[in-house]
Design a protein around this ligand. Structure first.
Ligand code: PLP
Length: 362
């Protein structure tokens, strides 16, 4: 059996070692004679899985007890609604930074629940970079400031954490969480759908400052399962959570710790991204349109000199087991996602293929 190199943006590659372990444990987990999927989420063995996963995530990101860690459902998209519903502090408006597809989506949804002020946008620049700190208009008071540190589709990554002058900072880390060291204490709420850099789909992590939850005036109409305070009080088990996704994410956290944690991943991820960008830039064939200091290390879009070559490029890639390189339908071209589980050899194989393809088509 050979595993292909998978550049999918999401649901994305998982570490082979993690899948092998899950496979070994599948039929008879923990010597109980059934799989982890087939037991109560309230049973002692599953509670241990859940608590160990949270404990290891806290170790990986150095998350203090000032923060709740919630394991929620509905993906990052559900958070686009839960955030404005939960984080009301009496100002009646929220600030959003627009840096591409996902921040625009978050804005569109938030508008259904609160007044939204877009305090900076690079739409006029074709989202070829993130807004700079100097461009953020923070002259009013807001319930919170929201941004998307890594735009998965455009391949744009902030190279700084916005200074919000004391207002709560909320960040959609769906495609970059655990890819590099992160100072969680700079944030009030971090959320991330699991299926990019954590585990299988069906789970969304929310890391939120408990003091912020205490200070909000969340609407009484908020359904309990959408209410951060209620979810925290129930240890994310108000109802049945996606137990298999939680278990598998826990295995990924263990794998990350064994790799040396997020600082080790940061070095590997930087090397992978550098290899691909360096080749693209010197190729005079492939092109990446993003300003160099805002280029994503996780999602690298690139174009070929002629759109007519795209099908041939993808066919040739598939033949070499280099999978899921087609760019998002909204931007076209190619995209290579280089999450934690994508090894450096995958990038080597991709660059080698890109070189050969170029030779055949110049
Ligand atoms: C994938 C993604 C989303 C959407 O995630 P779902 O889990 O499908 O709702 C939102 N934001 C970012 C940055 C993403 O990469």
């Amino acid at each position: 059996m050979s595993r292909a190199f998978n550049f999918c943006a999401g649901p994305a590659s998982l570490p082979t070692a993690v899948l092998e372990r899950a496979q070994q444990e599948l039929l008879d987990w923990n010597a109980i004679g059934v799989s982890v999927m087939e037991i109560s989420h309230r049973s002692a063995p599953f509670i241990e899985v859940a608590e160990t996963a949270e404990h290891n995530l806290r170790r990986l990101l150095n998350i203090s007890q000032d923060y709740a860690v919630l394991f929620m459902q509905g993906g990052a998209t559900a958070q686009f609604s839960f955030i404005p519903l939960n984080l009301q502090r009496g100002f009646g408006r929220a600030a959003y930074i627009d840096s591409g597809h996902w921040s625009s989506k978050a804005i569109e949804v938030a508008r259904q629940f609160t007044d939204v002020e877009v305090i900076a946008s690079t739409q006029g620049q074709g989202y070829s970079r993130a807004p700079y700190q100097e461009e953020l208009d923070l002259s009013s008071k807001f319930d919170y400031v929201h941004y998307t540190p890594n735009e998965t589709i455009g391949g744009v990554e902030f190279d700084y954490i916005p200074d919000t002058q004391g207002m709560p900072l909320v960040a959609d880390f769906s495609s970059s969480i655990l890819s590099s060291a992160l100072d969680v204490s700079k944030f009030d709420l971090i959320y991330a759908g699991a299926q990019k850099n954590i585990g299988p789909s069906g789970l969304c992590l929310v890391i939120v400052k408990r003091a912020l939850l205490e200070s909000t005036t969340a609407s009484g109409h908020l359904p309990e399962v959408f209410n951060y305070r209620a979810v925290d009080q129930a240890s994310s088990m108000l109802n049945t959570p996606p137990t298999f996704a939680w278990y598998l994410s826990g295995l990924v956290f263990e794998w990350l710790l064994a790799q040396g944690g997020v600082t080790a991943m940061e070095a590997i991820n930087a090397a992978k991204a550098k290899k691909l960008y360096s080749y693209i830039d010197q190729s005079e064939f492939y092109r990446n349109p993003i300003e160099v200091h805002h280029r994503s290390k996780m999602n690298i879009p690139f174009t070929l000199p002629d759109k007519a070559l795209e099908t041939a490029f993808l066919d040739g890639a598939n033949k070499r087991n280099l999978l899921n390189l087609k760019g998002h339908r909204s931007v076209g071209g190619m995209r290579a996602s280089l999450y934690n589980a994508v090894p450096e050899e995958a990038v080597d194989a991709l660059v080698e293929y890109m070189q050969q393809f170029k030779q055949q088509h110049i």
